[in-house]
Ligand binder design. Structure first.
Ligand code: PEP
Ligand code: MG
Length: 590
């Protein structure tokens, strides 16, 4: 029979791990388990049903222990093994076990049905939680329950290690146990219907450097086993059954991308300085400790932004002082001797703490978030400040306060810091007395009074993500106004210049830790405006270094002088595009 040409399908999801891959689809049935059959039991049957449930729990536990052992033998990293440990903990969860047993007994139903009922209740509970991180953790529970269900139904649990040829793994969802077992070389990339940027699977993909796109919604229905698939993990593009000419285009792109990536490593150990000797420090942004290895590999000279809210989001209680110390110490040790800039809790807005009574706000982005929340909840704030201070004995730490709108907030935050220092002194606990204190400039009011702010702090860092949101009045999570997000907007440029001038005049360090810092065309302007520190994701570090090393500071300043007279973002963009010769352009994208 003649080959029937398969339909080309283009899909867009969330690219969570960069890189381009072309390969064959391997579909794994995960996440969607067949509906459990309902069986009404005789009262005499409930005991043996409970025993069957206990056996399935034990089988699941044995499987996980085997996976863990294999991972240890294979030398997988601690973070992978920790995920298996977390799953083993869920298997011991009293609520899950006791509630299922109770449903079997009281409702006289089979174990599969009882377990599904308990899972449904748990998921409904998680759905009501307004906490993205906790919601994603609920997936771990779902994965574990599915494993128990498969064992109850006497089915085989497919293992990702059984894939026989290099494939692009496609699943409704992948359990972290799957990603942790992935063998580089066999799993070329992966695609899932669900998932978000902070899910464990996304984190794993980045640490394994496997291209991955999540949140594709219907990829498991659209792709078939063996289909040829193109995955662009940077843009989130997926093409199923591409034509030969599209495959050719992507092959070339992939080659350019990989050559470019390899070529960039040439810059890894070279100093980040302009041709006339201006030094700019390139640091990394991080949320979780697993990101550090990649930052170090790309030559980060420290952490310019440690978003600590992730310490608060993955749990039902608040982190203790000791937990703060432990988390920071880990980061400092890995980054030593380079500095780690710890941003104090930036909660509120879209990031809600489920266990703290926070008011529902009509306009959360302008509500009780970040430093405002901390100054109202001083117990929470002081625990973090004490933790940061005590961790400062292990290496170079800087403290950074987010969302500052005026001088009073800085003074209040610093007063609380001083109070914490006094307490620690009285308790005989050590800390770095000269710890540097800085603020983020993210609100236009703070930018306008930058000349006053620089007198209060040791350094400043511009958070361009929020600065653009507030100065251009565009909600950063609203796709309808996304077209107005213009870092080249003359107002934005003037604000950045004002802040940089004030800091340079006062002789203190001024950096950018928003997304602008990681794009070469913006980095060029930031260099010209006199910023001395740019903090970004791992992948951007080398391309920005390459740009900075290929231009003189004098030239960058001249370019900045020119663009400040332009009236629109488009004019600035055209000028920069003209100025950026092939050397600075991201040629592999074209
Ligand atoms: C910023 O606003 O630019 C920033 C770096 O902080 P966040 O993205 O965490 O709000
Ligand atoms: Mg911000």
């Amino acid at each position: 029979m003649a080959d029937v040409k398969k339909q080309v399908i283009l899909m867009k999801g969330i690219g969570v791990s960069s890189g381009i891959i072309i390969g064959k689809a391997y579909l794994i049935e995960r996440g969607v388990i067949e509906p459990a059959q309902f069986c009404y039991l005789d009262i005499a049957e409930t005991d043996s049903e409970i025993e069957r449930f206990q056996n399935a729990l034990k089988a699941s536990r044995d499987q996980l222990l085997r996976i863990k052992k294999k991972m240890e033998q294979d030398g997988k990293g601690k973070e992978h093994i920790r995920i298996i440990d977390a799953h083993l903990m869920i298997l011991k969860d009293n609520m899950l076990i006791n509630d299922t047993v109770k449903v079997i007994k009281e409702e006289r139903v089979n174990a599969e049905w009882a377990l599904k009922t308990v899972l449904k209740d748990l998921m409904e509970y998680f759905d009501k939680i307004d906490d993205e991180y906790l919601k994603e953790r609920s997936m771990d529970i779902e994965h574990i329950v599915n494993r128990v269900l498969i064992n109850l139904m006497g089915k085989k649990h497919e293992s990702i290690t059984e894939i026989k040829y290099p494939s692009i793994v496609i699943a409704h969802d992948l359990a972290p146990t799957d990603t942790a077992q992935m063998v580089k070389g066999m799993v070329l990339g992966f695609l899932t219907d669900v998932g978000g940027r902070t899910s464990h699977t996304a984190i794993m993909a980045r640490s394994l450097e496997i291209p991955a796109v999540v949140g594709l919604e219907t990829i498991t229905r659209k792709a078939e086993m063996g289909d040829i698939i193109i995955v662009d993990g940077t843009t989130g593009t997926v093409i199923i059954n591409p034509s030969d000419s599209v495959v050719d285009v992507y092959r070339k792109r992939k080659e350019r991308y990989e050559n470019y990536g390899r070529a960039l490593f040439h810059y890894r150990d070279l100093p980040c300085e302009t041709t006339d000797g201006r030094r700019v420090r390139l640091m990394g942004n991080m949320e979780i400790v697993e990101e550090i290895d990649s930052l170090l590999e790309h030559g980060a000279e420290g952490i310019g932004l440690y978003r600590t809210e992730f310490l608060y989001l993955n749990r039902k209680d608040l982190p203790t002082e000791e937990e703060h110390i432990k988390a920071y110490k880990q980061v400092i040790k890995k980054m030593a001797p380079n500095p780690v800039t710890i941003r104090t809790l930036d909660i509120g807005g879209d990031k809600v703490l489920s266990h703290v009574d926070m008011p529902k706000e009509i306009n959360p982005a302008m509500g009780l978030r970040a430093i405002r929340f901390c100054l109202k909840n001083t117990d929470i704030f002081r625990t973090q400040l004490r933790g940061i201070l005590r961790a400062s004995v292990y290496g170079k730490i800087k403290i950074m306060f987010p969302m500052i709108s005026g001088i009073e907030e800085i003074r209040q935050a610093k007063a609380l810091l001083e109070q914490s220092k006094e307490e620690l002194k009285a308790e005989g606990k050590a800390f770095d007395p000269d710890i540097e204190v800085g603020v983020m400039i993210e609100i236009p009011s703070a930018a306008i009074i930058a000349d006053l702010i620089v007198k209060e702090v040791n350094f400043i860092s511009i958070g361009t993500n929020d600065l653009l949101q507030y100065s251009l009045a565009i909600d950063r999570v609203n796709e309808h106004v996304a077209y107005l997000y213009e870092p080249f907007h003359p107002a934005v440029l003037r604000i950045i210049k004002t802040v940089a001038d004030a800091a340079n005049k006062a002789g203190i360090s001024v950096g950018v830790c928003g997304e602008m810092a990681g794009e070469p065309e913006y980095a060029l302007i930031l260099l010209g405006f006199g910023l001395d520190l740019l903090s970004m994701n791992a992948f951007s570090i080398l391309k920005v270094k390459r740009l900075i090393r290929s231009i003189s500071f004098a030239e960058a300043k001249k370019i900045c002088k020119m663009i400040t007279s332009f009236a629109t973002a488009k004019e600035v963009e055209s000028f920069i595009n003209l100025k950026l010769p092939g050397l600075y352009k991201e040629e592999f994208w074209s």
